[in-house]
Design a protein. Structure first.
Length: 135
């Protein structure tokens, strides 16, 4: 249990999920404004939501990958899962019914795919100059 708390708080999982939520909400605000003025069609709301979740989860996963330093794919997927659980918690608290079967599956897949993409891009961290050993 203590290892879980270390990974969640010090490892940046909760911070990555919060960053993902903030970026997603900002993107959704921009897109809802675009829908209101007629730049985007109203039928695209589910696609915009999933795309915003992917982008937000990507940046939240990148933050978590940087904080963990190793196991980047696991860090990215974990950040995506935490972000989805945050969305699910808000949805369950705020609404009487939550549609996990329809749009929820797409949102869950978007969160996990964004986190996985961040983890896959965080794998190649071996660049840079290496120190030479003095003889």
């Amino acid at each position: 249990v203590a290892l879980f708390h270390i990974a969640l708080l010090r490892g940046g999982l909760l911070l990555g999920g919060a960053l993902a939520a903030a970026i997603t909400m900002a993107l959704l605000l921009i897109c809802s404004t675009a829908i209101s003025v007629g730049m985007l069609a109203e039928g695209l709301e589910l696609h915009v939501t999933i795309a915003s979740c992917v982008i937000g989860s990507f940046f939240g996963g990148r933050l978590t990958c940087k904080r963990w330093g190793c196991r980047a794919l696991l860090a990215g997927l974990s950040a995506g899962a935490v972000f989805f659980l945050l969305l699910l918690t808000v949805s369950l608290v705020g609404y009487d019914t939550t549609d996990i079967g329809g749009a929820g599956i797409g949102v869950a897949a978007g969160c996990l795919c964004g986190g996985a993409a961040a983890g896959l891009l965080g794998q190649g961290r071996g660049g840079g100059k290496k120190k030479k050993r003095g003889r």
